[in-house]
Design a protein around this ligand. Sequence first.
Ligand code: EPU
Length: 347
Amino acid sequence: MLVEKNVPLQALNTFRIVAKAHALVRIGSQADVQTLLASAELGAQPKFILGGGSNIVLTGDVKPLVLKVEIKGRRLVKETGKTYVVEAGAGENWHDFVRWTLEQGYPGLENLALIPGTVGAAPVQNIGAYGVELQDRFDSLDAVDLQTGQIFTLDAAQCAFGYRDSVFKHTAAPGSAGLGLAGRALITQVRFALPKPWKPVLGYADLERRMSEEGVTQPTAMQLLEWVCAIRRAKLPDPAVIGNAGSFFKNPTVTPEQCADIIARDPKVVYYPLLDGSIKLAAGWLIDACGWRGKTVGHAGVYEKQALVLVNHGEATGGEVMTLARAIQTSVYERFGIRLEPEPVVV
Ligand code: EPU
């Protein structure tokens, strides 16, 4: 296997943070993973799995062996009365895959258009946007256990999806029977169950506004995809132009009592009641209310049009990004008593 040494990672993370991988191997197939694990030199080394690099903050050079996942392929696996099951290699670009499914006549992923990253990274944080989460369209995935070399398949329940969360973000507590697959499972293929007949998922305020502006009452999947792209382009920075990792914090959930307390002090707070009785607050609003929009620490900044997104104004280090993130957490905690939890993985 070709092991590349001292590989610059700036182009391989969407935050565009300067860092190096001490060693990097490109993974093009399941067989590549098994060859690597069988290697006397590489098999036992600590490893770090890198997809599209769209959900990480690099705070220094990466010492574990970087496995850059480049597994390709897209195909219809089967068609049933209720679904098209479509599979993609983990290294496929997410947005290109979404567009391809629509072009092939398998709609259902359009609300998730333009999310940066790869197909293999999508289940890790259960990506979501405009009323759809990956788990709503998920069928199953294949992965290789980096400790044992075993190939295994997980269904949705086994992935333990939550809000921007899955079994792939957790390590199993020592001695616990629970599954934790962080750093252990290298996802190779993901399958999606796209519902038949297709129904648009509307209801999100930005989409409803588009619909009335365009005078369309029954949009096609492709129209929805274009609207989602336009909304994202207007609000979110394009990582090709300005480095970022999307939303930097999760939207926190609070009890109705906590929410009532905040409303009493800040009637404009943006919140969404959830089905389980808890309430989700817009973290972007909380950060904005603390005056952070457009502020900077060194070369790291808070995006001018969306306070939930931290950006790299040129040469930001991971340390600067994290200093800014901690300052934001402190001021939101001091004003609202709420602890914001970062969404990206800090490496
Ligand atoms: N808001 C402000 N000020 C700001 C930012 C937001 O007042 O600076 C308010 C907005 O006015 C709006 C509310 O906060 O009323 C929510 O904002 P928005 O609709 O932009 O959505 P979000 O909660 O900030 C979430 C996801 C995004 C996803 C959008 C659309 C999270 C952490 N983020 O953002 O996901 O695209 O909804 O569904 O759940 C990502 O995860 O990387 C991501 C971009």
